[in-house]
Every structure is written in C-alpha cells, then in structure tokens.
Write a protein that binds this ligand. Structure first.
Ligand code: ADP
Length: 170
C-alpha cells in the first residue's frame, strides 16, 4: 500500500511553544492510522494541520484529499435537535433519512426519534458526530480521541465498527 498523505519535517510554533518538531509521517491508502502519544505532544495540532486549519508551519504536507472530514474532541452538535435532526441540518440537500438512520445503526446507536442529543451520553454524541462526518463521504476521516468517552468494551466495539466501515468503503 502506498502513502497517500506525507508529512515531512513539519514544525509549528504557538508563540514561544513549539507544538510540532520535525514530524515525519506517511499515511497509507485504505488504512486506519492511529497517532499515539502523551498529552501535549502535538496530536491535535497535527490533525489541525491535516485539516487545513493551521497554515503557519514549516515543512511539507502533501496528498491530503479535498474531501476530508474531522470530528474533534468537542461535540459540534445542535443540542436541542435529535440525532436525525442534527444529520439533516448538517447534510442539507444531501440528507437521505434511510442512509442517515443506517449509519447511526452501523455505529451501534439506538435512538429515540425526538429525543434531543443534549440528553445523550458523551459517547453517543461523539458517534452522531462521526455519523455526520462519514455521511459526507470523505476520502479521509480525521478523528481526535474518538474513544475518550467510551468504556473499554464500547471502545473496542467502536474500533471494530470503524474497521468494518473502512473495509466496506475501501
Ligand atoms: P495533544 O493533542 O497531543 O494533547 P496538542 O496538539 O493539543 O497536544 O498541543 C501541543 C502543544 O501545543 C501543547 O504544548 C499545547 O499546550 C500547545 N498548544 C496547543 N494549542 C495551542 C494554542 N492554541 N495556543 C498555544 N499553545 C497551544
């Protein structure tokens, strides 16, 4: 498998803090890649660079597809709407109810129509965000700590689901 995204000698400073120092990474096509490291080592910053949200860096980042989606640590949902309402709002004219419902189910969510997401657990909300990102049919999906709100069994189930979805899309 060839590298689709390459990062070479990437450095980024926030004021006097160096968040990224000489990062070298190759990300393969049709694969799930995990970034693992202690808090503060620059994982979120690197993901922000890949999403095009940080532009003031040195080094080279290439191959990031135009069609990319991200789910960051903070939920960006409309708390008063239910799951499908959130997906309908986010996807606009691309929204297809059957597809949206199937994606929520694939991610292991059972939901009550009309129940606002503010009444949901953190892990459930995160999965609505991921459903939203996947329904955009991105070529690359960036997830920042997607299992942080899940217990170990739910985290393992979730990762298996992601592998399955990746295999189906790949
Ligand atoms: P991680 O995701 O691995 O926990 P981050 O990428 O969030 O690490 O942070 C890397 C470093 O950059 C840390 O030292 C953090 O304090 C610093 N940092 C992150 N965002 C900012 C910011 N907006 N302004 C200043 N410093 C920041």
């Amino acid at each position: 498998m060839k590298d689709i995204i390459t990062v070479k000698d990437l450095c980024l400073w926030y004021g006097n803090t160096q968040a990224l120092k000489n990062i070298e990474i190759g990300i393969k096509e049709n694969a799930i890649t995990a970034l693992i490291g202690p808090s503060g080592c620059g994982k979120t910053t690197l993901l922000r660079v890949l999403m095009g949200l940080e532009k003031t860096y040195t080094g080279c980042v290439s191959g990031v597809p135009e069609k990319r989606s991200a789910v960051f640590q903070e939920d960006r949902l409309l708390e008063g709407l239910d799951a499908l309402g959130n997906l309908r709002f986010a996807l606009g004219t691309d929204y297809e109810e059957a597809k949206a419902a199937a994606m929520l189910t694939a991610l292991g969510l059972t939901w009550e129509t009309g129940k606002p997401v503010r009444e949901w657990s953190g892990g459930m909300k995160r999965r609505v965000g991921i459903a939203q990102a996947l329904l955009n049919e991105p070529e690359v999906l960036i997830l920042d700590e997607p299992t942080s709100q899940l217990d170990p069994i739910a985290a393992s189930d979730f990762l298996n689901t992601l592998r399955k979805i990746n295999a189906e899309l790949g």
